[in-house]
Ligand binder design. Structure first.
Ligand code: PHE
Length: 356
């Protein structure tokens, strides 16, 4: 005959000694698990005579329920204890002063945000492409012939990998995003593509990694005057002046025809550059009408569609607008520099100017 009184004492005893959830679980397995003492006794019931089975089953059920509720009580007690321990060890001193060393937004990021805000208002959407590009997208599809000087080692970082049997490069400009976007979407297209670009060049005015923003508009009738108007609105809004002087100089890019470079007028007062005044000129961007061959390369019929493209350097825009004189300082990670030239995270660009 099983000694149920002893078993009950055993269970109460072991449970009262439990001090953590892990040993509580061990206890549960010991008595109620598949091979636990109570479970085994339940299995044994089948072997008993009818009368004994009935009597013992009753006792066992009461014992099982009692054990279950003891375990439940213990779980609650242990959880409460754990929570209290956590709460008392994680107290916060809310009277401490706020840390004054907040981070700031890098001028490159700020200028990209400004550019996106302005073009966003002109109905452009933002497109992106990879920094490791195929030689095909970076050059060939953009009508850049096999022997164009820009392809040479001294300009381009070649990467030791291939994509679909095509040599990879670090993109030397954001123009390959034009190709990707035109392959993905049918016209009308109206996009800007800001991002990192790479050229094998490093001196006071060149950095091997720099940023550009590309613009592309393709539809049935966009023409050079739309391009000029669009860039004029952009530059006046960006430099926050209505007096901006612009000059379109004929130029050459393999992927645009005709091509132009845009200069803006400025003057120097002491160390300061004043945009919109004076008779000196600064080159600010490259642009033109998208070359029919580029359209053909992306299966767009140049007899039905046309459009314009432009590309400009973000660092150049930032230097001119915020009076930063050395390109290299952008990437030196000097905390004093970023504290001086950085922007408050709350100072996000807006097209609404203070009119007072
Ligand atoms: N991709 C050119 C560059 O890097 C700029 C450009 C873009 C020119 C689009 C014309 C049209 O210099």
């Amino acid at each position: 005959m099983v000694d149920f009184t002893k078993l009950e004492q055993d269970i109460t005893n072991s449970l009262s000694k439990v001090t953590d959830l892990e040993s509580l679980n061990e206890c549960r397995i010991k008595y109620l698990g598949k091979k636990g003492e109570i479970s085994l006794l339940m299995k044994e019931l089948a072997k008993l005579s009818d009368d004994d089975r009935k009597r013992q089953a009753e006792i066992l059920n009461i014992l099982k329920n009692k054990t279950l509720s003891l375990i439940e009580e213990k779980t609650e007690e242990l959880n409460d204890r754990n929570l209290n321990e956590k709460l008392s060890s994680e107290t916060l001193d809310v009277t401490l002063p706020v840390s004054s060393s907040l981070g700031s937004i890098h001028p490159i990021t700020q200028v990209i945000e400004e550019v996106v805000t302005i073009f966003g208002d002109l109905d452009f959407y933002v497109a992106e492409g990879p920094e490791v590009e195929t030689d095909y997208n970076n050059f060939t599809a953009l009508n850049t012939s096999e022997h164009h000087p820009a392809r040479q080692m001294h300009d381009t970082f070649y990467v030791e990998t291939q994509t679909d049997n095509m040599q990879n490069v670090l993109r030397t400009h954001t123009s390959p995003v034009q190709i990707r976007s035109m392959l993905e979407h049918k016209p009308p297209i109206r996009l800007i593509a800001p991002g990192k670009t790479f050229r094998c060049d490093n001196d006071q005015t060149h950095s091997p990694m720099f940023h550009q923003v590309e613009g592309l508009v393709i539809d049935k009738d966009s023409n050079m005057s739309h391009l000029k108007g669009c860039l004029e609105i952009f530059l006046k809004t960006f430099f926050e002046t209505d007096k901006l002087k612009m000059r379109f100089r004929p130029s050459h890019f393999p992927f645009t025809e005709p091509s132009a470079e845009v200069d803006i007028g400025y003057t120097k007062k002491g160390n300061q550059l004043i945009i919109g005044e004076g008779n000196d000129w600064l080159e600010i961007l490259g642009c033109g009408m998208v070359h029919p061959k580029v359209l053909q390369n992306v299966n767009i019929d140049p007899n039905s569609f046309q459009g314009y493209a432009f590309g400009m350097g973000i660092e150049r825009l930032a230097m001119l607008k915020y009076g930063i004189s050395d390109l290299r300082t952008f990437f030196e990670c000097d905390l004093r520099w970023i504290k001086h030239y950085g922007f408050s995270p709350l100072n996000f660009p807006s097209l609404i100017r203070d009119l007072s």
